[in-house]
Design a binder for this molecule. Structure first.
Ligand SMILES: [Zn+2]
Length: 420
């Protein structure tokens, strides 16, 4: 069977208003977590603000959904959720107000659905970063966001949450039970301002509001995390050694992070800071190390030599029933963008995504605790979970390269010369 024959998820189905009988359930699921972490919710300029409005939240872990539910209590909402979240629970997700979207795709159907929610007088909840933050700092936001705001003509409210990354970082999601986390609900752009500002000015306002750094927040708040495995998994994020510059040979365990190539070691303190066991501490602040890695990738991109190629295994998600195993394939990521090629039951297929059409991509570290690291690529009709099979690689680097390739492709088209 050709993969184009798979039954697709129905993206056209109109959003459902949250069912009344399910609303207490969403609250019941949310209040205990908010109480357990003693979340402090601050509201700025929210007096008199009633739905409909567009709620933009930063995204660090699953608890974000719970805090957002309580922050807008008792109002009804619809949520834009990636299809990955819908697997085998489409009914429930639709009935609590979920709207299915494929990550990092632009589509006009979504805007139509959002307009419908606004007409219903409800809150539209959107996580514009479209994935969990990799190291507790803001991720790139889509340029289309300002245009969507112009089309919707409803107030924009932001919910910036602090402490959710250090509580359960994407690279090791164990709940550290951090207390006194914070959430700030701000009426960022009024309806009147939307009429006056152009979409670029709106984007600027949103981008400014979305500046956050969870590790800096931890230090400022003097929050101690004594979890004994607190550095475990950190090598997924920090894949390049700043001392000998070797990639893909970092490892972590307990409170330690080390390089298997030059053997340098670092320790992570209870306040989230790194220090070298011997010699110079290159980066004590984790996001600084990550941004340094980005800088290395940017240099490869700028000199036109960035390239990754690997045999991969592929799973596809054409609908919400579950993954379909597409078997082996080949992934190339280079100056042109992504090219995935494979064969399913004798029929070849290929998925091509140009660098300038994709501003970021979603990755997973050891997906669901057993499937390994993967890159998630989306078209409007399909989602591919792609697992590289080579021995040494980093999906973090692929994600960084996606963002840097996009910047170069958009800003200086002439600088992108074909690498093959
Ligand atoms: Zn090293």
């Amino acid at each position: 069977m050709e993969i184009s024959k798979f039954k697709r998820f129905d993206m056209l189905k109109k959003p459902i208003r949250q069912r009344h009988f399910l609303r207490p359930l969403t609250w019941l699921l949310s209040f205990p977590a908010v109480l357990a972490h003693r979340v402090k919710i601050t509201k700025i300029g929210m007096q008199g603000v009633k739905p409909p409005y567009l709620l933009l939240c930063n995204h660090n872990s699953f608890i974000d959904f719970k805090v957002a539910t309580i922050a807008i209590f008792p109002h009804r909402a619809n949520y834009l959720v990636a299809i990955d979240g819908f697997i085998k629970r489409e009914w429930l997700l639709r009935n609590v107000g979920g709207i299915c979207k494929r990550k990092f795709t632009n589509d006009t159907v979504m805007v139509r659905h959002m307009k419908k929610v606004a007409q219903n007088g409800d809150v539209i909840v959107l996580y514009p970063e479209a994935r969990y933050s990799l190291c507790g700092t803001n991720a790139i936001l889509p340029e289309s966001l300002g245009k969507v705001v112009k089309l919707l003509k409803i107030p924009v409210v932001t919910l910036i949450m602090h402490g959710h990354h250090v509580n359960a970082p994407f690279w090791n999601m164990k709940n550290r039970k951090v207390k006194n986390t914070q959430a700030v609900l701000t009426h960022l752009i009024t309806k009147e301002e939307i009429a006056i500002l152009d979409y670029k000015e709106i984007n600027e306002k949103i981008n400014t509001a979305f500046q956050y750094d969870d590790f800096a927040w931890q230090k400022e708040q003097n929050i101690r995390i004594d979890y004994p495995d607190r550095a475990k998994g950190l090598h997924k994020l920090l894949y390049q050694c700043p001392s000998c510059r070797t990639e893909y040979h970092m490892m972590s365990e307990g409170v330690r992070l080390w390089c298997n190539s030059c053997k340098k070691e670092w320790e992570m303190s209870e306040y989230g800071e790194l220090s070298a066991v011997d010699g110079e501490t290159e980066f004590s602040h984790i996001p600084d190390w990550y941004e340094w890695e980005r800088e290395q990738v940017r240099q490869e991109v700028n000199s036109g030599v960035y390239r990754f190629e690997s045999e991969v295994t592929v799973k596809s998600l054409p609908n919400a029933k579950g993954f379909i195993d597409l078997g082996k394939g080949k992934l190339i990521h280079d100056m042109k963008g992504f090219l995935l090629e494979g064969e399913y039951e004798g029929s070849p297929y290929s998925v091509k995504i140009s660098a300038k059409s994709l501003y970021s991509c979603h990755i997973e570290y050891n997906y669901l605790g057993k499937y390994g690291d993967c890159v998630d690529l989306n078209t409007l009709t399909d989602t591919y979970y792609i697992y590289p099979q080579c021995e040494h690689f980093s999906v973090t680097k692929i994600a960084l390269a996606t963002e840097e390739l996009y910047k170069v492709a958009r800003i200086v088209p002439a600088a992108v010369s074909p690498a093959h």
